[in-house]
Design a protein around this ligand. Structure first.
Ligand code: BDP
Length: 697
């Protein structure tokens, strides 16, 4: 088994009693009405139920027997309309659904009802999930609706099919064969997304190429959009800000220039002529060399608003990224996005979302939440998580990211007093926004199993589930993902779930414990590189972030340092401001701390650092042991792959531990505690492993 089917495996239910019960509860499938979305719902239910029940489930236009599954909308289905669900459906909006055990025309049946066809499809996937995870389907009364409107994957895919920070092969989009050849993978991709409620996909890299906006590419984009449409998946593109110059032959891309504005309006109309439900643009501007409005003395709102005006007549949106930094902010890169964006609050058009990474630096293994959350009440702020593991071991480390996502979402910004969580900022409830969004930088490529690591699938899955309902727990998500992806056997599920739940913390410990950050290898961001220094940009070096010296280690972001802490609301500042109170997981993010400072464990900082690094390695060994115990409970192919990858992870966890401790030891000048494993090699050895590092340069 190669993992291609993701969590959408519809193998016959193993538990004999449950199987019998399901078989008795599902006699036929009744779907009235006709639409591309309803027919994919019908197909999914037919294939799914046939597989799970191990018997053919007849499809009928009319209700003929007890125990039918009846799916539809009141508008399209007389049966659904007869149930008088209007009141219950009212609050569920365009995408929500009900799954009920009901009496339909005198017959007991299972009803999947929604206001729209896409709601019916989402409900169908939910119903299948109940069987896949072997839950009761006897007395159902489920109502579900997404808490966030735009739930979007960001593909950092280039037109030559390389994927920026992608570790699962090349891009799924085979531009060369499009528009004429529709790979089955596009359909399976859309199915997988629909099954977890993802409703948007940005096809192209934020480091954008204007070519995708040419007619030649737009017809290809249209073919993808057509394939995705029945699954409720809308297509978006990244807009290269200088496109009017590159494609239009204009002299400027100044957003206030009428010719530039007209160019974007025409271009947008052209896009809509190919893709009538085009979602809009995602833009990275004036960041890492990308052009933007500041090139013309304008600000981010000027740029965003120009594009927003172009897509507004067609209901499109602009997702304008706040990931901006340059060397103008001499004392702390972490402060720049807030400084540039906060003053613009209230100046963006209504169809603009500002898309903010979860933390202020860049998708590090752990970051405190970004201070922009809660700081721009008049602007819809959209979350950007990274699902691809750029800084988290890339394609081979097992790190279940739901706990990271949840840690950020449940953080309290105190923007409007206690309880003003990041989740409430992005789901719009804190500041009354109806335009809401969440993005995940995709980890999907053309590897057979989609995500490279089998467990990378869990991160795609959990992103989607949390985008739909951020109140779900990491444990519940892991539980259902494991059951659907591998087996319901609790001998497998229980230990592996535990392993998943601890995996992110393990990684933080062997890479960047206690609030350390940005100490990875130059440019590739893979292994350790705490020694990186003296590059042309200080804020791209590691020494800029860890600031280790003979006295201690850590970035002072309090008033005695960069004072980045002042960007948070006062109660948050209070939590972080004094070393004594600052949670240890963020300690070195906010403070420069003496090597001999006593920590919560009673150890001094240096010893604690050694213990954290070693503990990270120990946890990976524990993960290996756990995995070894489940051999035979799942197929050999996936078992073997995960086992091999865990070996790589252990090797690399040691590499991180040894390289970082030996390097930091040159400052602390203290021994690694006796009871801990000693580094295998010398510091020189590890530094020479880093191909980009030339000592002294
Ligand atoms: C960084 C990546 C870089 C991206 C950038 C971004 O290293 O490749 O282009 O983020 O988000 O994490 O724009």
């Amino acid at each position: 088994d190669d993992g291609y089917r993701l969590w959408q495996r519809y193998d016959k239910v193993q538990d004999a009693e449950k199987l019998k019960n399901y078989q008795q509860s599902v006699s036929e499938l009744v779907i009235e009405g006709n639409s591309p979305t309803l027919s994919v719902a019908q197909k999914e239910l037919t294939v799914g139920l046939t597989g799970l029940l191990g018997k053919a489930v007849p499809v009928s236009q009319r209700l003929t027997q007890q125990s039918a599954v009846v799916a539809g909308t009141p508008a399209n289905s007389a049966l659904i309309a007869s149930l008088n669900l209007a009141e219950r459906l009212n609050s569920l909006g365009d995408e929500g659904y009900l799954i009920l055990t009901a009496n339909t025309n005198g017959k007991k049946s299972t009803v999947i009802a929604a206001n729209t066809d896409i709601g019916v499809l989402y409900g169908s996937f939910h119903f299948l999930r109940l069987l896949q995870t072997q839950q009761s389907i006897s007395n159902l009364s489920i109502a579900s609706a997404p808490k966030i409107k735009h739930r979007v994957l960001n593909h950092w895919d280039n037109l030559d099919r390389t994927v920026e920070r992608g570790y699962a092969g090349f891009s799924l989009w085979d531009w060369h064969k499009l528009p004429d050849y529709i790979d089955q993978r596009y359909i399976d991709y859309a199915r997988a997304n629909a099954s977890i409620g993802i409703n948007g996909t940005v096809l192209t890299n934020v480091n954008a190429n204007a070519l995708v906006l040419t007619k030649e590419y737009l017809v290809k984009v249209a073919a993808l959009a057509d394939a995705f449409r029945p699954y409720g998946l809308r297509v978006y593109l990244t807009a290269r800000f200088s496109a009017p110059i590159e494609l239009g032959g204009l002299k400027t891309a100044d957003p206030l220039d009428p010719q530039v504005q007209a160019w974007w309006k025409d271009k947008t109309e052209e896009i809509y002529s190919y893709v009538p439900d085009f979602g809009g643009f995602l833009v990275k501007a004036n960041s890492e060399g990308q052009p933007g409005p500041q090139n013309y003395g304008r600000n981010h709102a000027d740029g965003a608003n120009m594009l927003a005006d172009a897509v507004a007549p067609r209901g499109g949106i602009v997702m304008w990224r706040a990931f901006v930094y340059d060397d103008k902010e001499p004392d702390d890169r972490a402060k720049q996005a807030y400084n540039e964006f906060k003053p613009l609050d209230g100046t963006f058009r209504k169809n603009v979302l500002v898309q903010v990474k979860n933390g202020a630096i860049d998708f590090q293994p752990r970051e405190p939440f970004h201070p922009l959350f809660g700081a721009m009440p008049q602007t819809p702020i959209m979350m950007e998580f990274q699902i691809t593991q750029e800084y988290l071991g890339q394609g081979t480390h097992l790190a279940y990211l739901s706990p990271l996502f949840k840690e950020v979402l449940t953080s309290d910004t105190y923007a409007k007093g206690k309880g003003s969580t990041v989740a409430k900022v992005i789901d719009g409830t804190l500041d009354n926004h109806t335009l809401t969004g969440i993005a995940g930088v995709s980890n999907i490529g053309n590897d057979r199993n989609w995500t490279g690591h089998q467990f990378g699938q869990a991160n795609w899955y959990s992103f989607g589930r949390l985008a739909w309902d951020h109140t779900l727990s990491s444990e519940a998500i892991a539980d259902e993902w494991l059951k659907m992806t591998f087996t319901n056997n609790n001998q497998f599920v229980a230990p592996v779930k535990n392993m998943m739940l601890g995996s992110h913390e393990a990684l933080v410990n062997y890479m960047t414990p206690l609030g350390l950050h940005h100490i990875m290898g130059w440019s590739h961001h893979y292994g350790p590189g705490p020694w990186i220094k003296d590059k042309h940009r200080a804020d791209w070096t590691s020494v800029y972030y860890h600031r280790a010296d003979e006295e201690g280690i850590g970035f002072d972001r309090t008033a005695t340092g960069s004072n980045a802490i002042a960007q948070y609301f006062p109660p948050v500042q209070k939590q972080f401001r004094v070393i004594k109170k600052c949670p240890e997981k963020y300690l070195l993010w906010f403070h420069h701390v003496k090597w001999n400072r006593k920590m919560d464990s009673g150890r001094i900082l240096w010893d604690e650092l050694c213990h954290r690094y070693s503990g990270g390695v120990d946890s990976v060994r524990q993960m290996q042991q756990t995995w070894n115990t489940v051999q035979g409970l799942i197929d050999q192919e996936r078992f073997d792959q995960v086992q091999s990858f865990l070996k790589i992870q252990e090797k690399e966890a040691k590499w991180w531990r040894d390289a970082c401790l030996l390097y930091f030891q040159t400052f602390s000048k203290r021994p690694i505690p006796q009871d801990l494993e000693k580094p295998a090699e010398s510091l020189d050895y590890y530094m020479q492993l880093d191909p980009q590092f030339v000592p002294g340069i």
